[in-house]
Ligand binder design. Structure first.
Ligand code: FES
Ligand code: FES
Length: 164
């Protein structure tokens, strides 16, 4: 048992790699990713589950990392924006966001990319309404969302026809 004041040893699988470290049991996954593991691509926003900027993938489901303790994530597959692409290049979503100007200040972008990846992995050709619904929990203060929706559509198209 721990009283919350003692560090515990954790082993988390992040972006395909097992990372072992000591942390306090009350640390959120967001804090651990950014501060203990140096994965600062995941952004720190409201910490209240309202903005979506801290979204990462756990077992390929979008999860708000500010609302889950790191110790709850042992034995699960965590993917952050740093590990989004399966290969050395960018994920098609990242390419499409860059090409279409779907990221402006970029603060919301890592969370949106993670949410969009989970959507495209379960639905190869989502409609505009399905994209809008999937991204409803990810707030963006800059783009007005249209470019974001278009970039997800472009990535979906390219993922269906990868050789073009
Ligand atoms: S930081 Fe806003 S939902 Fe997690
Ligand atoms: S690009 Fe700035 S908040 Fe979305």
């Amino acid at each position: 048992m721990t009283n919350g004041k003692q560090k515990i040893l954790l082993a988390l699988r992040v972006n395909g790699e097992v990372r072992e470290f000591a942390c306090y049991p009350n640390r959120t996954l967001l804090e651990v990713l950014r501060e203990d593991l140096g994965l600062t691509g995941t952004k720190h926003g409201c910490e209240l589950g309202e903005c979506g900027t801290c979204t990462i993938l756990i077992d390929n489901q979008p999860i708000l990392s500010c609302l889950i303790l790191a110790l709850e994530c042992e034995g699960r597959e965590i993917v952050t924006v740093e590990g989004l692409s399966p290969g050395p290049g960018l994920h098609p979503l990242q390419e499409a966001f860059g090409e279409l100007g779907a990221a402006q200040c970029g603060y919301c972008t890592p969370g949106i990319l993670c949410t969009a990846k989970a959507l495209l992995d379960r639905n190869r050709r989502p409609s505009r309404a399905e994209i809008r619904a999937a991204l409803a929990g990810n707030l963006c203060r800059c783009t007005g969302y249209i470019k974001i929706f278009e970039a997800v559509e472009l990535a979906a198209e390219r993922m269906e026809r990868p050789s073009e």
